[in-house]
Every structure is written in structure tokens, then in C-alpha cells.
Design a protein around this ligand. Structure first.
Ligand code: JD8
Length: 270
């Protein structure tokens, strides 16, 4: 997969070149190219922003540098044959979630346009939407100062799903938010523990040291349900929510395994 990123803060994307993509690049899974938008701002001050039409606070990114930059990236000789998917991180975008990440793994080429200021002149998106697939995507209901952090999160979420990236692809199925059918499908992760068995007076739940795989499986499912009911009931259908609540009460486990917030939500079972 080829990934191009255009930003006025190209160094912001440098972490991508470290761990994650470092490995993926070595394995030839990803071909990452980072571009400085100002390379396409040709006036003495390399201006990329101007005041908003209609007035209002802040500045808007000018369309011309973006048009020249994206044309150059899209027409670059070393680019894959087909057109890229242009991803524009924006707080007003469609939610970026695991399903969207899985969709984007199917693209050969992604180009990320990272905006700053109050955003990019809308005509840039409108112009390219007539020529290729444009995805305006939001990382979530928090306001960031620009698209770089969102682009990095989106690139990590996509690249780690590429075939050959993770050692055992099965683990991806297990993950929460995955659209796979693993235990975690649709549920939040269950709590995890490792050695020592006792730490600062806190014990690893006995069931996990029992060696009884079915009891462990049941405990993990119960914990995943509890957390989901308590923290993300929106992830569950009303029916699943009702079931999870019943299940959570049926499979009574020592309250100590529940974090304080859950105790409150589950009405402090006992
Ligand atoms: C791109 C400029 C800053 C946004 C005025 C603050 C994504 N989930 C998300 N939150 N914020 C962004 C995001 C913010 C951006 C840009 C993405 C370009 N800004 C602007 C509008 C309000 N400032 C994002 N994905």
C-alpha cells in the first residue's frame, strides 16, 4: 500500500516512520511519502492561509497550494497505476471506526490531506470528489488543532490490518470493535494480567490461574460484557444490552474484579 501525507508540519508525521511503519516498510507492506504543503506555496512568504469569506475568527487554508500539491502527488511518476483514495481528516467528517479502517485496507493508495487553522477551503474536496474517492473522516468527538494526529491514528489503524503485518492475524479477530466474530466481537476488551500473581496486595483473579480454559473463557466473556454495559452501552443492541445485563448478574464473579465505575453501574451487585 502506498501512503502519502501532505501537511504544513511534515515533522509531525515523523513518528510514523519509527515503530509501526518502520516494520511495515521493511516488509514492503507500506510505501510512505510525507510532503510539506509549503513546497507548493510560491509567494515570498509561502502563504497557505487567508481570511474566511463571510467573516469569522481564524484563517482558512487557500485552495491553490492544495490543488498544486495534490495534483503533484497524484500525478507523481512513482505512484501506483490507479487513483488514490483522498482522506481528509476533519471534525465534521464521517466517524472513522474499525469498519472504515478495514475498508481502507482494500485501497492500494491512500493520500491524507492534513488541514490546519479553521480548515481547508471546501472547493478542494469538491474538486477532487469529481475525480476520485474522497473520504472526509473524523477521529472522534474531540477538537484537535489539525489533521496530523488524526491522520497518524488512521494510518496506524489501517496499516496494522494489512496482511502480513501482525504475527497472527487471528488476534485481530479477537479485538474489540473488530467486525470479526471473535470473543471480543462488538464487546470491549476484558482485563488482562501477567506475572507477578500478587502485586502491591492485588491478586490476579484465581480463575485465570486455574488452568480451566472454559472457566477462563466464561470469565473473560463476562468481564467484556460488564465493561461494555458499563462504559459503552451504545455498542450493544437493546436486546444484547438486556442479555448482557442478565448474563452479568447470572455469572456472579467476586465484585473485586470489577472496576469501581462498573460496580456503580451494575448497582454494586453485592
Ligand atoms: C482537521 C483544522 C482545527 C477544526 C477550529 C480547531 C479529525 N476528530 C477531530 N477533531 N479535530 C479534528 C481536526 C481538526 C482540524 C483539522 C481535523 C484542520 N483543524 C479546526 C475546526 C474548529 N479548529 C479531527 N479528524
Amino acid at each position: 500500500m502506498r501512503v502519502d501525507v501532505v501537511s504544513i508540519f511534515p515533522d509531525y508525521l515523523a513518528p510514523l516512520e519509527l515503530s509501526l511503519l518502520g516494520k511495515a516498510r521493511e516488509r514492503g507492506l507500506v510505501d510512505l511519502h510525507i510532503h510539506d504543503l509549503r513546497a507548493w506555496a510560491h509567494d515570498r512568504h509561502r502563504t497557505v492561509d487567508d481570511t474566511p469569506y463571510g467573516g469569522g475568527a481564524g484563517m482558512v487554508m487557500k485552495p491553490e497550494p492544495w490543488g498544486d500539491a495534490l495534483d503533484a502527488v497524484i500525478e507523481s511518476s512513482s505512484a501506483p497505476a490507479g487513483p488514490p483514495v483522498l482522506v481528509v481528516p476533519t471534525p465534521s467528517g464521517m466517524p472513522f471506526d474499525q469498519a472504515v479502517a478495514e475498508q481502507l485496507t482494500r485501497a492500494e493508495w491512500l493520500v491524507f490531506a492534513c488541514g490546519r487553522y479553521e480548515g481547508i477551503d471546501q472547493r478542494v474536496v469538491d474538486h477532487y470528489a469529481e475525480r476520485l474517492e474522497v473520504r472526509e473522516l473524523s477521529l472522534g468527538d474531540v477538537v484537535l488543532n489539525g489533521g496530523e494526529v488524526a491522520a497518524m491514528a488512521m494510518i496506524e489503524a489501517v496499516v496494522r490490518l494489512l496482511p502480513g503485518f501482525v504475527g497472527n492475524p487471528e488476534s485481530l479477530q479477537e479485538e474489540s470493535h473488530s467486525t470479526g466474530a471473535g470473543l471480543g466481537a462488538g464487546l470491549l476488551e476484558y482485563p488482562v494480567y501477567t506475572k507477578p500473581a500478587s502485586w502491591r496486595g492485588l491478586e490476579v483473579p484465581e480463575v485465570l490461574r486455574s488452568g480451566d480454559h472454559s472457566r477462563v473463557e466464561q470469565w473473560r466473556l463476562d468481564q467484556a460484557r460488564r465493561r461494555t454495559v458499563a462504559r459503552r452501552p451504545d455498542l450493544l443492541t437493546p436486546a444484547a444490552l438486556a442479555d448482557a445485563r442478565i448474563e452479568a448478574s447470572v455469572h456472579e464473579y467476586p465484585v473485586s474484579t470489577c472496576a469501581t465505575s462498573e460496580k456503580r453501574t451494575l448497582g454494586g451487585v453485592r
